[in-house]
Design a protein around this ligand. Structure first.
Ligand code: ADP
Length: 425
């Protein structure tokens, strides 16, 4: 029944009652008393209905509603339907939450939901296993339970773009890659993955490369020595022999560079950093002078700041030399190479710019990979190991700096190293 019809019925009943009271009141002469009695009766009836309704509402069961008539029946029906729908929705939601919990509980990776104050809201089984957390730790602040300084620094930093590697608090042979993902209002999900195997493989690869490179050093030195002797005693009568000796010498030298670069990379990956205040203007003057002398090329050095950098001098020298020698190698002999040390916003920047062949956008994204060399005719002729820029990238990473590359085919390239303000000394 529509609500309008119900109201019409309700008003009709009230009017009929009033007419009845008027007739009886008119005959008996008690009109006023009877009208008052009628209003009082209607009021008491409504109060009783409200009282029943309130009692029914406060019963959380939301079961069947009491038998009523007119408007009250409609009200009961409406509220009953709303309650029923809510109950259904609640059931569906709690089923979904249960399913979510079950699936995250079964995840092989550890998951911890953190509240606004780093307190543990929820953990899955893997988290309890690898972090040694208990169900009773709910509500405890996570820095009290995982106390590694690098983890606490990461947690407080608010910058969760990268993961942090820490040992498991219950077994330091297990390495965990921990990452925090913020979601919702102030909530964070902490995810941890067991990377022990990956770390072990990485260490094995590093050790293997270091050992092989080290072992190759002596035979190469011996080979180069004998080749030098043979070149000395070569009378030049056989052009084939002279050419072969030259080629053998060149290739041996190339292999020596390769071995040196590989050893340097391994050192960069494994050695502890020993930072001192490095005088960058002096270092750059040195490197440019050397480059000038060796190549006979024009190098324009512009030192626009006296800023020095906290770091490892040998590593920085190696990175800067690589950038300069690349700029010289991959540009024509009559072009200028510019080296600039300046400040932009908070960063101290070293830019090495050439007017050489440049490279494509695709190559720009890959040149810092180990052994990657751009496949152009020129590059094949120019000797190189493909490790120079990988070394540069590693050195910069160890100095919290970034390598930016801008390049245009046929116009030239600019390699810039961006050092953050915290490294200035
Ligand atoms: P290498 O120079 O020994 O080949 P690098 O790692 O230093 O190795 O460089 C990788 C590749 O990047 C080079 O082979 C070259 O093709 C390209 N490249 C590096 N620097 C420049 C530059 N300044 N201009 C154009 N190409 C460059």
């Amino acid at each position: 029944m529509s609500i309008m019809v119900v109201w019409q019925k309700e008003i009709t009943v009230a009017l009929l009652l009033f007419v009845l009271v008027s007739i009886v009141g008119g005959i008996s002469g008690w009109f006023l008393h009877l009208t008052l009695l009628l209003v009082l009766g209607l009021l008491i009836n409504q109060l009783i209905q409200i009282n029943r309704f309130e009692k029914w509402l406060s019963k959380m069961s939301g079961g069947n509603y009491p038998k009523s008539f007119g408007v009250w029946e409609e009200i009961y029906l409406h509220v009953y339907r709303i309650r029923k729908n809510n109950k259904k929705r609640k059931k569906k939601l709690s089923k979904m939450i249960d399913q979510f919990r079950q699936s995250t509980e079964a995840l092989p990776d550890a998951a911890v939901v953190l509240g606004e104050n780093d307190e543990i809201d929820w953990t899955n089984k893997a988290a309890r296993d690898v972090f040694g957390l208990q169900q009773s730790d709910k509500g405890q602040r996570i820095p009290y339970l995982i106390r590694f300084p690098e983890f606490i620094r990461y947690l407080n930093s608010g910058n969760y773009s990268e993961a942090v590697i820490i040992p498991s608090p219950i077994n330091n042979h297990i390495s965990l890659s921990v990452r925090i993902v913020p979601y919702g209002a102030g909530l964070r999900l902490l995810l941890a993955q067991d990377v022990t195997q990956i770390k072990m493989m990485e260490r094995m690869r590093r050790d293997f490369v270091a050992n092989v490179s080290h072992e190759l050093r002596t035979p190469l030195t011996v080979l180069k020595g004998y080749l030098e002797t043979l070149q000395d005693i070569d009378d030049g009568l056989s052009p084939v022999l002279t050419g072969s000796l030259q080629q053998m010498y060149g290739q041996t030298e190339r292999m020596q560079h390769l071995v040196d670069d590989l050893l340097l990379l391994t050192r960069l990956e494994s050695q502890q950093k020993k930072a001192v205040c490095v005088n960058i203007p002096e270092l750059l003057s040195h490197i440019c002078q050397e480059g000038d002398t060796l190549s006979g090329r024009q190098i324009e050095l512009s030192l626009e700041t006296n800023n020095n950098i906290m770091g490892e001098e040998q590593e920085l020298r190696s990175a800067f030399t690589n950038l300069l020698s690349n700029a010289l190698k991959y540009s024509s002999d009559d072009s200028v190479v510019k080296v600039r040390w300046y400040v932009n916003q908070d960063e101290s920047i070293l830019a090495v710019e050439d007017q050489g062949e440049g490279m494509s956008t695709n190559d720009m994204g890959r040149v810092t990979e180990r052994f990657y060399r751009v496949e152009v005719k020129r590059s094949k002729k120019i000797s190189g190991t493909g490790l120079g820029l990988a070394i540069v990238k590693h050195v910069l990473m160890r100095h919290d700096a970034q390598l930016n590359i801008t390049s245009e085919l046929g116009k030239g390239s600019c390699f810039s190293c961006h050092f953050p303000a915290k490294r200035i000394c």
